[in-house]
Write a protein that binds this ligand. Structure first.
Ligand SMILES: [Zn+2]
Length: 306
């Protein structure tokens, strides 16, 4: 039976989409150009990623691969409904690459969107499998495609802060870092009426001192990753899938990029493969909320009683 809240959510979303249609017509020309400029300035979020050398060909982003989500036969694989809270305390920690949890929970994250074609295609795939993901969005793209961020939130995903213009924060002054995060946070707030709860630094580049400042001033833990398929190098969907399937363990945080069509092409096999292995998808905040530190994990192993 359909959840009535879902239809309500979609009604609200449709209403807001209609309200925005005039804006969109105006911004359509701007959007494509603005997005291409932005995309050309992006390479990846990975710490190990070298910055694109000058003179290299711009990242191709406009042409999609023509991939269509295959229609699911039969019931399809489905992530269980997970009734877990997403509130985590500030004392949970400053930086995470993974989280100690009891259970086969993982969080999959998608960076550098929203993208006008790839993100909606990915959202369809996630919805078909009842999977909730976390999207680290770029503020400048949020301003161009606010309706996609609204849909992302309405469908139960988490949206995190990936800065406004995707610069390497470790090279910036404190006031520039504040501005990058505030502008992205404000863009998300305007688009979807939510405040992000975590951040991911572009290229993973944030000094320890800066992480502590961001945690103190914005309440954002810095979220890195435990699985990096290097999908931004576009190795082909099959390679992206096999790297994620072989690298993912319980409590893991998977890094991927919905900016790249190949990554989205890889998702049906990746998501189904992870579900088949018994992993349960939660958002990053849910993963943090279920964090058990070593002492708690130890204490939860009940000694046998005689
Ligand atoms: Zn990024």
């Amino acid at each position: 039976m359909e959840n009535p809240l879902h239809s309500l959510g979609y009604k609200a979303l449709n209403a807001s989409l209609e309200a925005d249609s005039a804006d969109q017509a105006d911004s359509a020309k701007l959007s494509r150009r603005g997005f291409m400029l932005l995309a050309a300035s992006l390479t990846s979020c990975s710490a190990a990623a070298p910055l694109k050398p000058e003179g290299a060909a711009p990242v191709k982003t406009t042409a999609n691969s023509g991939y269509r989500t295959p229609s699911l036969r039969g019931p399809g694989l489905r992530n269980p409904d997970i009734a877990l809270g997403s509130d985590f305390s500030k004392s949970v920690g400053v930086t995470f690459t993974r989280v100690m949890v009891s259970g086969n929970y993982i969080a999959i994250t998608f960076d550098d969107g929203p993208h006008p074609q790839n993100t909606p295609r990915l959202l369809d795939m996630l919805r078909a499998r009842n999977i909730k993901a976390t999207f680290y969005v770029i503020g400048r793209s949020v301003e161009i495609y606010p309706q996609i961020v609204r849909r992302t939130v309405v469908e139960g995903h988490e949206v995190g802060n990936h800065t406004h213009t995707h610069r390497l924060l470790s090279k910036l002054s404190d006031s520039e870092v504040r501005s990058e995060l505030s502008r992205c946070q404000d863009a998300i707030g305007r688009a979807a009426r939510v405040r992000p709860r975590t951040m991911r630094p572009p290229y993973g580049g944030l000094l320890q001192r800066q992480r502590e400042m961001v945690h103190a001033e914005f309440d954002y833990p810095t979220i890195l990753w435990s699985v990096d398929p290097l999908d931004w190098k576009r190795p082909g969907p099959g390679v992206v899938t096999s790297r994620i399937l072989s690298g993912t363990t319980a409590g893991g945080i998977v890094l991927a990029h919905d900016l790249h069509s190949q990554t989205v092409d890889a998702m049906p096999a990746t998501l189904d493969g992870l579900l088949r292995r018994g992993f349960k998808f939660v958002t990053v905040s849910q993963l943090l909320a279920m964090k058990t530190d070593a002492a708690t994990a130890q204490a939860s192993v009940t000694p046998p009683t005689y």
